[in-house]
Design a protein around this ligand. Structure first.
Ligand SMILES: C[S@@+](CC[C@H](N)C(=O)[O-])C[C@H]1O[C@@H](n2cnc3c(N)ncnc32)[C@H](O)[C@@H]1O
Length: 223
């Protein structure tokens, strides 16, 4: 459970947001953030292209490019490890839709796990994300921290901001390299060979988390 324990100020912000409307985890995947909310006694909805929620989670199959929520209805929208998959092309529209779906006083929270690449193991992770994005440009995984911060800051001044230690470990660091190798053109494996040697020597690690939360002012209907 990488996000647990949630910082106290974030938990408080989400408790208050829940009073204004439902909480949605956008791109929620297997629902690890929704699980953290459950531990706080907060219910939430998970939206994902391919939701894989644990039993008991309320999940919606949907695309964040066309959010199925009524305007001004949500208490909070949480993006955990998902913003990096928003393509540069869709980014502005997606950001506008999220803001539009929030109720006045509602919050949007962004958590991302690769703000900086300080160690070789973290650089390995960044390089793997870049290669994966090259195979599937719709992932948008090559966006860097500057793009992420710029994307989020369109919502104004953050009401919360923190760098948090990442407690997740990568179970099988070579798995994405095997995936890429299986799809590589012949003669296109030099880069993969080099990265695999680096992963074998130095491992692969997520960077610390970067978290920002933005609150929609009362009376603000649009971006
Ligand atoms: C790295 S996973 C993060 C999952 C979860 N938030 C977590 O932290 O464990 C990114 C998720 O975004 C979802 N996703 C990607 N593109 C999407 C889209 N256009 N609409 C909805 N979900 C999408 C993927 O299916 C995937 O579950």
């Amino acid at each position: 459970m990488s996000f647990w324990p949630l910082p106290t100020n974030l938990a408080e912000l989400l408790r208050e947001a829940r009073r204004r409307g439902p909480i949605v985890e956008v791109g929620g995947g297997a629902g690890s953030f929704v699980e953290c909310l459950g531990r706080l006694g907060l219910d939430a909805v998970l939206l994902d292209l391919m939701p894989q929620p644990t039993i008991g989670t309320l999940a919606v199959a949907g695309d964040w490019s066309s959010l199925p929520f009524v305007r001004g209805s949500l208490g909070a929208a949480v993006w955990a490890n998902a913003v990096r998959h928003v393509s540069r092309h869709d980014g502005p529209d997606v950001a506008e839709q999220v803001w539009d779906a929030l109720s006045p006083g509602g919050v949007v929270v962004v958590l991302e796990d690769h703000p900086d690449a300080q160690t070789i193991a973290q650089q390995n992770y960044r390089e793997v994300l870049t290669l994966l994005a090259g195979r599937d440009p719709s992932r948008g995984a090559a966006v860097g921290p500057q793009w992420l911060r710029g994307w989020a800051d369109r919502w104004g001044e953050p009401v919360l901001e923190a760098e948090l230690p990442n407690t997740w470990s990568i179970q099988d660091a070579l798995e994405p390299l095997r995936w890429l190798r299986a799809r590589a053109e012949s003669g296109d494996t030099v880069e993969l060979d080099r990265l695999e040697r680096r992963v074998q020597s130095h491992g692969m690690e997520y960077g610390d988390y970067w978290m920002r939360a933005y609150k929609k002012p009362r009376g603000d209907a649009t971006l």
